[in-house]
Design a protein around this ligand. Structure first.
Ligand SMILES: NC(=O)c1ccc[n+]([C@@H]2O[C@H](COP(=O)([O-])OP(=O)(O)OC[C@H]3O[C@@H](n4cnc5c(N)ncnc54)[C@H](OP(=O)(O)O)[C@@H]3O)[C@@H](O)[C@H]2O)c1
Length: 225
């Protein structure tokens, strides 16, 4: 398959996964644009030679996505904020970014979601999993309400770790309402999968779980087709 160079907005670029995504985009010949929340966060990207844009999911981000071919969403309100932020960032902020992407010409959207996310999730952190599930559901169905739909992919990892990249994973299409599983996923492998999904047609229109495994990433993603 022809390798395309894309300008990719990374939302949550200063996060533990987002920064890895930015690095891998650079290594893969793409042109990342790191969305950050404060000017102090620029330093690490300046050192990488990566452009930044200030943006906050609680406010319009059209300026950030304009001119981008694709969006990778790696943001999250985190476990230290209240449930209000779960709604404002993980649910409504995510949807805001999808609409902004579609309205501003970005055709491709890759969402970092989570196992156990679903609109009726009964997990121990169901407020979070339901918020993610609602945002994911909007992404899957937005073509029904908007003319400018997106080629979407939803990646549902397990508990995130700081383990080194193995470049080998296990993926499984989500067929029920809630992605099942309880395994771990390294942020390194996750970042690799988020980036590799961009130009892997077999991942378009798919929701899949991602755990550590023994299948090389490209082969695993191709198997989703
Ligand atoms: N932890 C897990 O085990 C687990 C499992 C499955 C899925 N996930 C999902 O994976 C995501 C990424 O994990 P991580 O460990 O990489 O998270 P992280 O290090 O906490 O990074 C989250 C990023 O989101 C950004 N952010 C927060 N609120 C924002 C807002 N209003 N506008 C724009 N950006 C905002 C943060 O910005 P600042 O840097 O400015 O704070 C940060 O850069 C999580 O948020 C979660 O949804 C996590």
């Amino acid at each position: 398959m022809t390798k395309l160079t894309m300008k990719v907005l990374v939302i949550g670029a200063h996060g533990k996964t987002g920064l890895r995504v930015v690095r891998r985009l650079r290594e893969g010949g793409h042109d990342p644009l790191a969305m950050i929340r404060t000017p102090e966060q620029r330093k690490v990207f300046d050192e990488l030679g990566v452009s930044t844009v200030l943006g906050d999911l609680e406010y319009p981000i059209d300026h950030a996505v304009r001119g981008c071919d694709a969006v990778i969403f790696a943001a999250g309100s985190g476990s230290k904020t209240g449930k209000d932020k779960t709604v404002l960032v993980d649910h409504l902020g995510a949807i805001r970014s999808m609409v902004a992407a579609a309205m501003n010409g970005a055709k491709r959207y890759v969402m970092l979601s989570s196992f156990r996310s679903g609109t009726n999730s009964d997990s121990p952190i169901k407020h979070y999993n339901r918020a993610k599930g609602r945002a994911d559901e909007f992404l899957r169905t937005m073509h029904e309400v908007m003319e400018d739909a997106l080629d979407w992919t939803i990646v549902c990892p397990g508990g995130l770790t700081e383990d080194e990249a193995t470049e080998q994973v296990s993926v499984s299409l989500v067929t029920g309402v809630e992605p099942e599983g309880s395994s771990k996923t390294s942020r390194e492998n996750l970042a690799a999968v988020l980036v590799a999904s961009l130009d892997q047609p077999a991942t378009v229109g798919k929701t899949f779980t991602l755990f550590e495994g023994d299948t090389p990433i490209r082969e695993a993603l191709r198997s989703l087709g």
